[in-house]
Design a protein around this ligand. Sequence first.
Ligand SMILES: NC(=O)c1ccc[n+]([C@@H]2O[C@H](COP(=O)([O-])OP(=O)(O)OC[C@H]3O[C@@H](n4cnc5c(N)ncnc54)[C@H](OP(=O)(O)O)[C@@H]3O)[C@@H](O)[C@H]2O)c1
Length: 262
Amino acid sequence: MRRSCSVSEPDLHRALVLGVLGAAVVTAAALMLITAPYGRHGRPGWGPALPARLGWILMESPAVVLFASVFAHGAHRAEAAPLVLLALWQVHYVQRTVIYPLRMRGGRPMPVLIVALALGFNSVNAYVNARWISELGAYPTSWLADPRLIAGALVFAAGFVINLRADATLRALRAPGASETGAGRYQIPRGGLYERVSCPNYLGELLEWTGWALATWSLAGLSFAVYTAANLVPRALANHRWYHATFADYPAARRAVIPWVL
Ligand SMILES: NC(=O)c1ccc[n+]([C@@H]2O[C@H](COP(=O)([O-])OP(=O)(O)OC[C@H]3O[C@@H](n4cnc5c(N)ncnc54)[C@H](OP(=O)(O)O)[C@@H]3O)[C@@H](O)[C@H]2O)c1
């Protein structure tokens, strides 16, 4: 007797979404114990490393290229609501994958291990979200007038602006051609949301993917928002501790990532 064990695509998709949620729990637990070894927390013993620019471009590229390709294979690829969601996603990821690395100043080499882990996550996440918006989610055009889409897009846009401004403040702290090592490599960022938190770039990122979860009103979107928090909240806490340990005059009232709260 022949047995068929075919898995439907919605089942596979749901399994991957649950996998992302499971990975978020593991990631948060691991990052509370071990700070990811890149940037200011870079240290020897994590294997070969790539130039930071190349690392960022490589590890983020599935979020642009694979996402666009999966989106283009969906039955709803030419409909208005999926196209608006595609635009939100790509505005963020073209910036992060191409513009951010090309403009960065003096980023430290990135371990291949970090690049490989991020590449794997971004590939799964690109499939999960692109497939949802252009095929499985089946958003009608009326979704464009839904308060969840409108509120989500506004939260996303606010997060995007906060993230861009915060990254620009850090970039401005590094004069062109500044030394890769030594004193003066890092300074206390000031102005705007830096007066409230140590990592407004992560706050912006958290708002963006919370907005995405709202705008897509999906478990796929929610899983990415949860994963982003699992990744960035422990890092924000580590950066905050690092600022206090590095600068004796670090502003005491500043929180790590959520103004007045955390
Ligand atoms: N969606 C996600 O899960 C996710 C995950 C990670 C990052 N991101 C985003 O990617 C961007 C970069 O993240 P990141 O973790 O690399 O951020 P970061 O630690 O704040 O560093 C950003 C850049 O600014 C430099 N820098 C940081 N603090 C500085 C200071 N006090 N003085 C002078 N220069 C400073 C860093 O140089 P060095 O490299 O030399 O330290 C690096 O080039 C952020 O916008 C973040 O939100 C998103």
